[in-house]
Write a protein that binds this ligand. Structure first.
Ligand SMILES: Nc1ncnc2c1ncn2[C@@H]1O[C@H](COP(=O)(O)OP(=O)(O)OP(=O)(O)O)[C@@H](O)[C@H]1O
Length: 269
């Protein structure tokens, strides 16, 4: 945690434990390259946090720590604590299959399975034994697609291939698929960077709606307007350090650290 942490952050630290908390998290690639230095951040239920900063500063590296995805990268090690509901998940014993039920992820490129729209939604819930009857399946498909604002567009073609959808629809299907597992955290890695402005707007609305249902969301974005539109809090990363965090309003209207000021005013990108 840097000395630029706001008073509000310190007060928040004295409240009950946040849903997700990192303490001094470091990431080292290829055994020697420390891409992320000790990073401590808190994430609350119902809040959207944007991770911003120039290319290569460690945003995605940090995001991937939160569902232990870095563990799948050879010669990558993650240090520090990642406390989820107060329990440290950064241990070799943590069961990834179980964890990913509750911490979902949406990637930059839409990645629907080569299956029907309906089967995309039901794939993981079936694997985890979450649905037993056709009625339960129907209900889950409809609820998840409604949450991702896609139901009206696809309700008459649920058995058609997901690959026949537009890019924006595919990304909303990926969000619906994630929500079908009823996660309490959803991670987004530049979810709109491959999309047109209308699809981007639809995804941003969905992100806000999901937050109002109590889900904690963390989004990596290069788009500063997007960060201001969707997030409650923002954290700025620079060369592997989490330099400044606070409410999105404070970060954009009253940035403290000179590197953040330079970034926001376009002195580097
Ligand atoms: N799989 C990997 N193996 C080795 N080094 C990596 C790997 N992934 C990222 N890095 C390195 O870690 C550093 C941080 O990269 P990361 O992708 O996390 O940054 P970022 O802020 O998300 O960048 P961008 O905005 O361009 O996606 C960079 O130096 C990058 O080269």
């Amino acid at each position: 945690m840097t000395d630029t942490t706001t008073i509000q952050d310190q007060a928040a630290g004295e409240k009950a434990s946040p849903l997700l908390r990192t303490k001094d998290v470091t990431v080292t690639y290829d055994l020697t390259h420390e891409a992320l230095h000790g990073t401590s951040l808190d994430f609350e239920a119902g809040q959207v946090t944007a991770l911003i900063g120039p290319s290569g500063c460690g945003k995605s590296t940090f995001l991937r720590c939160l569902n232990l995805m870095n563990r799948e990268i050879p010669r990558c090690s993650v240090g520090g604590q990642i406390l989820y509901h107060g329990h440290d998940i950064n241990t070799p014993k943590e069961n990834l299959f179980e964890l990913r039920k509750s911490i979902g992820m949406v990637f930059q490129q839409p990645t629907p399975f080569r299956k029907s729209i309906r089967e995309n939604i039901l794939f993981a819930p079936k694997k985890h034994g979450r649905v037993r009857t056709k009625d339960e399946e129907d209900e889950l498909v409809e609820t998840s697609l409604r949450q991702a604002a896609l139901w009206d567009e696809v309700k008459d073609k649920l058995r058609q291939s997901a690959h026949a959808l537009s890019g924006g629809q595919q990304q909303r299907l990926c969000i619906a698929r994630t929500l079908a597992m009823k996660p309490d955290v959803v991670l987004f890695d530049e979810p709109c960077s491959a999309l047109d402005p209308i699809s981007t707007f639809a995804i941003e609305e969905t992100i806000r709606d999901i937050a109002s249902s109590g889900i904690c969301e963390i989004i990596v974005t290069h788009n500063m307007e997007q960060a201001t539109r969707v997030s409650d809090r923002t954290a700025f990363f620079y060369v592997g350090d989490m330099v400044e965090t606070g409410t999105t309003q404070q970060i954009f209207s009253d940035p403290h650290d000179q590197r953040l000021v330079d970034y926001l005013t376009g002195r580097f990108g």
